[in-house]
Design a protein around this ligand. Structure first.
Ligand code: IMP
Length: 501
C-alpha cells in the first residue's frame, strides 16, 4: 500500500490517542512497508498487538509488530526506553521462528530496562495484596521496573551477559524489596510466587523461604536467557540516530496511549512510562523535534479502557466498571451470562457488553474484558494538543449495526468545589477540553450529541466516497468539533480494509 501523506517524510510516529488498544499494530504493520527502521521506545510486555495476516493471527507483546512485514533489510529495534522482559522476548522469538518469520533484523537496546522476577512479584503484590484502590495493572512488572530505574538500582539488558555483575546488581536491587515483602503474610507472597511467568513457568522456582528471592537461581536462569539474546543487543539509540542522519525512513511504534501516560494521562490510573509521542521519541534515542509526522490512532466512535480509572463516557457507567473488574472474567463467561445482548440494547450496560463483543474488546495480554464507552471529544481535543491533529480512525466497522451514534462533545463537572491552580472548578460548569486528572474526570458527566448510524456493512468500501453518508457525517463531525484531521479510516482488521481520506 502507498500513502501520499508519507511523501517527503523521514521520521513518523504512530501513537494511541486514548486508553490503549486503538489498533496501532495494524498501522505499524501497514507503514512497515514504507519504513527502513521500526522502533519501539516505551512500555514492555504490558502491550499487546494483534495483527491479522492472511495466514494467521499474531499476538505480540514485546517484539515490535513491524517484524511481521516480510520485507528484506527492514530493521526492528527495541529501544532503550522499553521495560524489557527477556523471558517474554525469548518466547516470542521462538514462536516467530516456528512460524517461519525471520528475526535476524531485530536489535535490542543494550540499556533497555530489565524486568526480572522481583518486578513481576512486586507488581502483583503491590497492586493486589497491598492496594486499597487498584490500578488494575497487567502484572507484567512495568511499574516496579521503571521505579528501580529512577531509584538508580535497576538492571539493564547488557547485565544479562555478565553473570558476576548481574549478581552484584541483583543483590543490591533486592535489598529494599525483601524488607518490604517481609511485611506481608508469607503465604500471600508464596501464592504470588506460584503465579506463572509468561513462558508458563511459575515464579516459584525463584523463591527461597529465608531471603524470598534465590539470587543464584535467578542469576543462572537469566544469564542463560541472555546468552540466547546476545546477538540482538546493540547501542540502539546510536543506531537509530545514525539511521536518521543517513536519511533512512524511521517509524516509531507507540505502546499504550496518551491517556495512560504517567506524564499526560489520568494519573494515578496510568502505566509507569510516558507513552505519549514525547516519551516515545526519547525511548527511541531521538528528540521529539526529529518526528515529522505523528498519527494519533483513535478508536471511533467508541473507545475502551482496561483496569481502573476514570472513564466519563463508559457505557453502563459504574455497573460496567464493576462488572469488568471481576477477577477471572473471560469472554466466554461473559457470552454465557449475556447471550442475547445487541448494540442497540435500550439498557446501557447491556449495550456496552454487545459493543465489547462486536469489537472483540478483550485484552491481548490479560484476556480481561475492556470497559467500553462512547467517543469522548474533550479527551480527543486534549490528545490533539499533545499529539497534533493528524488522526487515524480505527475500528469504525464495530458500530455498523448501531442505530444511533452518541458522541460526547463536552462535560459538566459535578464534583465538589475544587481549586485547580488559580481557578476553581464548580458544580455544573461546562468543559470542552478534558483535564485528565482522576480527581476531576471522575466527576465529569458527558454531554452527548446523537447522530444516526449507517447500519450497513463496509465490506465494499475501498475509497472515502464509498462510505455511507451517515458515516461520513460522523467523521466530519469529529473533525470539526475536535479540531482534528482524519487521515485514514480502518474498516476492518485486514491490511486492505483501510481507507485514505
Ligand atoms: P501496567 O502498565 O501493567 O502497570 O498497568 C497500568 C495501567 O495501564 C492498567 O490500567 C492497565 O490496564 C493499563 N495498560 C497497560 N498496558 C495496556 C495496553 O497495552 N492496553 C490497554 N491498557 C493497558
Amino acid at each position: 500500500m502507498t500513502f501520499d501523506i508519507l511523501n517527503d517524510k523521514q521520521v513518523v510516529a504512530i501513537v494511541g490517542n486514548q486508553f490503549g488498544d486503538e489498533g496501532k499494530g495494524k498501522f505499524v504493520d501497514i507503514f512497515a512497508e514504507w519504513a527502513n527502521v521500526i522502533v519501539r521506545g516505551t512500555g514492555g510486555a504490558n502491550a499487546g498487538h494483534t495483527i491479522r495476516l492472511p495466514d494467521r493471527r499474531y499476538a505480540l507483546h514485546l517484539i515490535p509488530s513491524g517484524i511481521l512485514y516480510d520485507g528484506v533489510g527492514r530493521i526492528n529495534v527495541i529501544g532503550s526506553g522499553v521495560a524489557f522482559d527477556p523471558v517474554v522476548a525469548r518466547r516470542e522469538l521462538q514462536e516467530l521462528a516456528a512460524a517461519g518469520i525471520s528475526t535476524s533484523k531485530l536489535r535490542i537496546a543494550y540499556n533497555a530496562k530489565l524486568v526480572l522476577p522481583q518486578h513481576l512479584v512486586m507488581d502483583r503484590v503491590g497492586d493486589g495484596l497491598g492496594a486499597a484502590k487498584r490500578i488494575g495493572t497487567t502484572g507484567r512488572g512495568i511499574g516496579p521496573t521503571y521505579c528501580d530505574h529512577y531509584d538508580r538500582v535497576g538492571l539493564i539488558t547488557n547485565d544479562l551477559l555478565n553473570p558476576t555483575l548481574f549478581r552484584r546488581k541483583l543483590e543490591k536491587n533486592l535489598e529494599k524489596k525483601v524488607a518490604l515483602l517481609r511485611q506481608f503474610e508469607r503465604d500471600d507472597v508464596e501464592k504470588v510466587m506460584a503465579t506463572l511467568m509468561d513462558n508458563g513457568e511459575p515464579l516459584r522456582q525463584f523463591y527461597c523461604p529465608d531471603r524470598i528471592f534465590d539470587v543464584d537461581t535467578i542469576t543462572d536462569y537469566y544469564t542463560k536467557v541472555g546468552q540466547q539474546l546476545c546477538d540482538y543487543l546493540c547501542d540502539a539509540d546510536a543506531f537509530v540516530r545514525t539511521a536518521v542522519a543517513q536519511g533512512q525512513r524511521v517509524l516509531l511504534e507507540g505502546s499504550q496511549a496518551l491517556l495512560l501516560s504517567v506524564d499526560f494521562g489520568t494519573y494515578p490510573y496510568v502505566t509507569s512510562t510516558d507513552c505519549s509521542v514525547h516519551g516515545l521519541a526519547m525511548g527511541a534515542g531521538l528528540r521529539q523535534g526529529d518526528i515529522e509526522l505523528t498519527f494519533g490512532v483513535t478508536k471511533a466512535f467508541y473507545m475502551s479502557r482496561v483496569g481502573g480509572g476514570p472513564f466519563p463516557t463508559e457505557i453502563g457507567g459504574t455497573q460496567s466498571a464493576d462488572w469488568c473488574s471481576r477477577p477471572n472474567l473471560t469472554q466466554i463467561a461473559e457470552q454465557e451470562r449475556f447471550p442475547d445482548v445487541t448494540v442497540n440494547h435500550e439498557d446501557a450496560f447491556h449495550q456496552g457488553i454487545a459493543i465489547r463483543r462486536a469489537g472483540v474488546e478483550y485484552g491481548t495480554t490479560t484476556g480481561r474484558p475492556r470497559r467500553v464507552g462512547w467517543l469522548d471529544l474533550p479527551l480527543l481535543r486534549f490528545a490533539a494538543r499533545i499529539h497534533g491533529p493528524q488522526v487515524i480512525l480505527s475500528k469504525v466497522d464495530v458500530l455498523n449495526a448501531c442505530d444511533t451514534i452518541k458522541i460526547c462533545t463536552s462535560y459538566r463537572y459535578h464534583g465538589p468545589d475544587f481549586r485547580f491552580g488559580r481557578e476553581y472548578l464548580s458544580r455544573a460548569e461546562r468543559y470542552d477540553v478534558a483535564e485528565p486528572r482522576d480527581e476531576i474526570l471522575q466527576h465529569c458527566q458527558p454531554v452527548y450529541e446523537e447522530l444516526p448510524g449507517w447500519r450497513c456493512e463496509l465490506t465494499g468500501c475501498s475509497e472515502y466516497r464509498d462510505l455511507p453518508a451517515q458515516l461520513r457525517t460522523c467523521i466530519d463531525f469529529v473533525e470539526q468539533r475536535a479540531g482534528v484531521k482524519v487521515a485514514m479510516i480502518s474498516t476492518g482488521p485486514e491490511r486492505q480494509q483501510t481507507i485514505t481520506k
